[in-house]
Write a protein that binds this ligand. Structure first.
Ligand code: PLP
Length: 387
């Protein structure tokens, strides 16, 4: 059978492949510490589960409007208005089965073949993959360690051409844990206004910040009419398996997103949206507990990584990833990830899973217990000494 040519353009997210390899080694009896997948190890808070269960028992098991339940869209609009300090309405919100479909569908709706889209690199691989898939060209915005994994303004300006249609940003960032400052966001917004660009801002880690406040580009004057916020429930509320995300955008874009939903998945699970409403409006103690715990783990993993000969790591300001520089081990990123898995029993991701500028790095997700993080560090240290 034959497949469409465009399938060869689609990339992947290698965290899932590394997880499968780790599971295979475990099935063969090897012990593996999982620091590869970007998934909170906590359970979804009880109040949220209860709301989902109650909705099922109340019969909320049918189709609902494709853009989301009106009440759920309103709750998201109020949440975004409060957390981003700017007023948006339910008509600006579309609820989708995860943040990923928002990335896919927004690029699909905004970008033509031949257009250019500026993407962070190292960065979440799905942006580059989807931009390629629609026949457009991903243009790499190099995030360098010496800039705290933020972009260089002059370099960014030089990337913009008449073909540029969108800038994608992600702060707090996967894989580096870097955060863009308000000045950075002002620069992006000005460039977008001057060049009439869309801004796609992936804010899925907006609540997982340490030591610094979260800033959204939406609050910068001029941004609202050209910005799509991506956020969702997976990371903040430990709800990865519920498949619940949303986008906040100009109404014209929201209408196209609804049309794409009609054509693709009809609607997001109705009962799950009751859980979303409880998550955003109910008690936030569990979220605070998770963030405090992540912060403790961050400190353990960063000091642990820095204690390994040949490895160094900046302190991430958000998300739950440590992006360690491994160049002084003499290994490439792929070699290091292979060594970590096969010899040290630690699953982590090669920096190149996040693009070519990830060479020289490895990403460790610290969504795991302090005990396991310490075990991983010790195993890497011991085994690296033998290499
Ligand atoms: N955006 C970023 C930056 C991510 O790291 C992830 C998950 O790893 C997603 C989006 C996808 O989130 P969801 O599970 O809501 O589809």
């Amino acid at each position: 059978m034959q497949f469409s040519d465009r399938m060869s353009l689609l990339g992947t997210e290698s965290a899932f492949e590394v997880l499968a390899k780790a599971k295979k080694l475990e099935a063969e009896g090897k012990k593996i510490v999982h620091l590869e997948i970007g998934e909170p190890d906590f359970d979804t808070p009880n109040n949220i589960c209860d709301a989902g269960v109650k909705a099922i028992q109340d019969g909320q098991t049918h189709y609902c409007p494709s853009g989301g339940l009106p009440d759920a869209r309103k709750v998201v609009a109020e949440y975004i208005s409060k957390t981003r300090n700017v007023s948006v309405g339910a008509e600006n919100v579309v609820i989708m089965p995860g943040a990923k479909p928002v990335i896919f569908n927004v690029i699909f709706a905004a970008i033509n073949a031949g257009d250019e889209v500026i993407v962070p690199n190292p960065g979440y691989p799905i942006y580059e993959s989807v931009v390629n898939y629609v026949g457009a060209k991903p243009v790499m915005m190099h995030l360098k360690e010496e800039n705290d994994f933020r972009f260089d303004t002059d370099e960014l300006k030089a990337l913009i051409t008449p073909k540029t249609k969108m800038i994608i940003i992600n702060s707090p960032q996967n894989p580096t844990g870097g955060i863009l400052t308000k000045e950075d966001l002002e620069t992006i917004c000005q460039l977008a206004v001057d060049n009439d660009l869309w801004i796609l801002t992936d804010e899925i880690y907006s609540r997982i910040v340490y030591d610094v406040p979260f800033e959204s580009i939406l609050q910068i004057p001029g941004a609202k009419e050209r910005t799509i916020i991506i956020d969702g429930m997976s990371k903040t509320y430990a709800m990865t398996g519920w498949r619940l995300g949303y986008g906040v955008m100009p109404e014209s874009m929201a209408n196209y997103q609804t049309q794409l939903a009609i054509n693709n998945f009809s609607c997001t699970a109705t009962f799950a949206q009751y859980a979303l409403m409880e998550a955003l409006t109910g008690q936030q103690n569990d979220v605070e507990m998770m963030i405090n715990e992540f912060k403790k783990r961050r400190d353990v993993i960063v000091s642990g990584l820095n204690s390994i000969d040949g490895v160094s790591c900046l302190t991430p300001l958000g998300a739950f990833y440590a992006f360690a520089n491994i160049t002084k081990t003499g290994m490439s990123s792929a070699e290091f990830a292979k060594f970590a898995m096969e010899q040290a029993g630690v699953a982590c991701l090669s920096g190149t899973a996040f693009g070519k500028y990830g060479e020289g790095y490895a990403r460790f997700s610290y969504a795991n217990s302090i005990e396991n993080i310490e075990l991983a560090i010790n195993n890497i240290k011991l085994n690296l000494a033998k290499v």
